[in-house]
Design a protein around this ligand. Structure first.
Ligand code: CA
Length: 220
């Protein structure tokens, strides 16, 4: 899951980004509204974390611009206590939730999870595919009830495929989900993660459409 975080307080931006990366998210962070809107035209994000008081296009204007161009990305507002009135305005303008600073990282992570679940049309944290179960909160994966240890990136690839059952995801689409701006992308790495997943979960689990990409095989 790839998140964009727009926050002009550099210390907060760094610590929250690191915390969310630790939770297994790919996080891109920028310090002003214009850079944020730009980033969203070139990358596909699963969720936006948005500060309201921002230089070069403030948070509410970013939100308005997004919704105006038909972007339905879930938006979580992170704001100072004295900006509650602005926050209510944001909710009315299409934001999905808000948190008041200073916030607890665990609460932030839980709200991000809840928004992503709702986005995927699920009421709980479990994604099921035949005998395979993936817990998006704890990152536990079981196959026929037995635990399977995946690396963070194997998990990210599997989650991306499971979130879009029946869809074929191209290698660039999968890379979007697992690499942020600072990350170096080696050659064939998505293929390496797919190979690891097949080895651990069964060779037939993930299908390959030559020249197009990968998809989950129908559950057995
Ligand atoms: Ca600010």
């Amino acid at each position: 899951m790839r998140l964009l975080y727009i926050e002009d307080d550099a210390m907060l931006r760094d610590s929250v980004s690191k915390g969310l990366q630790h939770e297994g998210y790919t996080v891109d962070a920028v310090g002003d509204g214009r850079s944020g809107l730009q980033a969203m035209t070139t990358h596909a994000y699963d969720l936006l974390l948005l500060d309201l008081g921002l230089p070069r296009i403030d948070g509410n204007a970013v939100l308005a611009a997004l919704r105006q161009r038909g972007d339905t990305i879930p938006v979580l507002i992170l704001t100072a206590r004295d900006a509650i009135a602005d926050c209510v305005r944001s909710l009315n303008a299409g934001a999905d939730d808000y948190l008041v600073k200073p916030f607890d990282l665990q609460e932030l992570a839980a709200r991000v999870q809840a928004l992503l679940r709702r986005r995927a049309g699920r009421a709980d944290a479990l994604v099921r595919h035949g005998a395979l179960e993936l817990n998006t909160t704890t990152h536990a994966v079981t196959l026929g009830g037995a635990g399977v240890a995946l690396s963070a990136r194997e998990f990210a690839v599997l989650q991306a495929l499971l979130e879009r059952p029946g869809a074929i995801l191209s290698v660039p689409q999968l890379e979007e989900k697992i690499y942020g701006w600072g990350d170096e992308i080696g050659s064939n790495t998505v293929e390496v993660y797919i190979h690891g997943l097949r080895k651990k979960l069964g060779a037939g689990l993930i299908g390959n459409v030559r020249g197009v990409g990968y998809m989950m095989s129908p559950p057995q």
